[in-house]
Design a protein around this ligand. Structure first.
Ligand code: UGA
Length: 441
């Protein structure tokens, strides 16, 4: 099939590359000429395991092309995916100007039947706005053409996006046009072994599904984070509790890890946006508001523990920080708990020496000129002269560290672990003072 993808951000690029991988001819459009130049030269602007190979392989086979030419992009695909950004407005609602502009651009140029597919995460009802923008553009041209609007939310996880796209656990298609449903079903058939995994529903339910999924996952995390505080207070171990409840198939094992708060470009934004759209619809989401505030509080938990241990004035103290990205496998610094911690520690007078296997360049961009923050070349180098090690992101290389090096390089053998990577009993045996989340120290 001939497909156009508007927007070569994270979602657009993964979608375009993975659709080309199955033999489709994909043209990706972006107005950022530098980005398109980079992509045409075989580079990719984000860190995502396996993506570069898929992009290069399909670009070499001429199934995947990149352009800034809007006319060409609209002419190319019968399927037009919109995968542009929906940044949060000041009030937390999603800013739809780029989605609507993309729809308008399609309406201004199309000459035959198009299926316009929303891949960006958009509030319930956005499909009506997309349809209206295309209708208005067609009316302004004085032409009548058939088109369909489809909602096809993505469920990609950063760090595993290519695998998630190639083997989805479900594909949600919101549509009311039979021809479009047929095209969408055949587009995704090669990706799903079981046809039942393609869920066709009305547009609003599809749009809602995306927010409901992310909000449910965020709720599980905040629930466990809140319980981790209680576990500490009563002397229970949240890790054992996690295993104890997760073995019930009705609860399931995933997304029950207590930590130092969820971050990233999705959970914080989507929880906010759902609260906002609910309130516009006259509904108050008490539970989700609590999910959000529990998370804000949880991002402070490492800072709280450090201050409880060292006192509020941290001047003259130095902390080694392992992990900057909001989670492993990505260089994404958006809403990362590390940022909150760095601001808190440096504001209290401490110095922070950070190490992250991939996110240091991105961290420099995200926190330009941050006073008191330095970067180390390796995990062990970050430990030199530090009063304690603080673990914020659970990169694999931090899971089995050289404990001897930790003990001998730190000024005091002291670890604050925001991701519960080690057994408290082992740390005790090694003579390392260990503060985890919801576990006995
Ligand atoms: C999330 C969803 O998992 C995807 O299904 C969805 O498609 C995506 O948002 C999106 O809307 O685009 P992502 O933000 O990439 O994916 O990252 P997650 O793996 O979900 O992790 C989010 C945050 O939750 C991270 O900060 C992680 O450290 C934290 N987390 C996750 C926990 O604190 N505990 C857990 O048990 C799991």
């Amino acid at each position: 099939m001939k497909i156009t993808v508007v927007g070569t951000g994270y979602v657009g690029l993964v979608t375009g590359a993975c659709l080309a991988e199955m033999g489709n001819h994909v043209l990706c459009l972006d107005l950022d000429a530098r980005k398109i130049e980079m992509l045409n030269a075989g580079g990719i602007p984000i860190h995502e395991p396996g993506l570069e190979e898929v992009v290069q392989r399909n670009a070499a086979a001429k199934r995947l092309e990149f352009t800034t030419d809007v006319d060409r992009a609209v002419a190319h695909g019968t399927l037009q995916f919109i995968a542009v950004g929906t940044p949060p407005d000041e009030d937390g609602s999603a800013d739809l100007q780029y989605v609507v502009a993309a729809a308008r651009a399609i309406g201004e140029r199309m000459t035959d039947y198009k299926v316009v597919i929303d891949k960006s995460t958009v509030p319930v009802g956005t499909s009506d706005k997309v349809r209206a923008a295309i209708d208005a553009a067609l009316a302004a041209r004085g032409v009548t053409l058939e088109f369909a609007v489809v909602s096809n939310p993505e469920f990609l996880k950063e760090g595993a996006a290519v695998a998630d796209f190639m083997r989805p656990d479900r594909v949600v298609i919101g549509a009311d046009d039979e021809r479009a449903i047929l095209l969408m079903r055949s587009l995704y058939a090669p990706y799903v072994r079981n046809r039942d995994r393609v869920l066709v529903m009305d547009l609003k339910s599809a749009e809602f599904t995306k927010y409901a999924a992310n909000s449910m996952l965020a709720t599980r995390i905040s629930f466990m984070n809140e319980l981790s505080r209680v576990a500490e207070a009563v002397g229970a171990d949240i890790e054992l509790v996690r295993q104890g409840i997760g073995s019930d198939p009705r609860i399931g094992t995933q997304f029950l890890y207590a930590g130092c708060g969820y971050g990233g470009s999705c959970f914080p934004k989507d929880v906010k946006a759902l609260i906002r759209s609910a309130s516009e619809a006259g509904q108050e989401l008490e539970l989700l508001s609590a999910v959000e505030s529990v998370n804000e509080r949880q991002k402070q938990v490492l800072g709280d523990k450090i201050i409880a241990r060292f006192g509020a004035d941290l001047s003259g103290r130095r902390f080694a920080l392992w992990g900057l990205a909001f989670k492993p496998g990505t260089d994404d610094m958006r809403e990362a708990p590390s940022r909150v911690l760095i601001e808190r520690l440096t504001a209290a007078g401490a110095e922070v020496t950070a190490y992250d296997p991939v996110a240091m360049a991105e961290a420099r961009r995200a926190m330009p000129g941050q006073a008191g923050l330095r970067y180390a070349d390796s995990a062990v180098a970050a430990l030199e002269g530090a009063d304690a090690l603080v673990i914020v992101t659970e990169w694999k290389e931090f899971r089995s560290p050289d404990f001897d090096a930790i003990r001998s390089t730190l000024r005091t053998p002291l670890v604050f672990d925001g991701r519960n990577l080690f057994e408290p009993a082992l740390m005790k045996q090694l003579g390392i003072e260990y503060h985890a989340i919801g576990r006995p120290s």
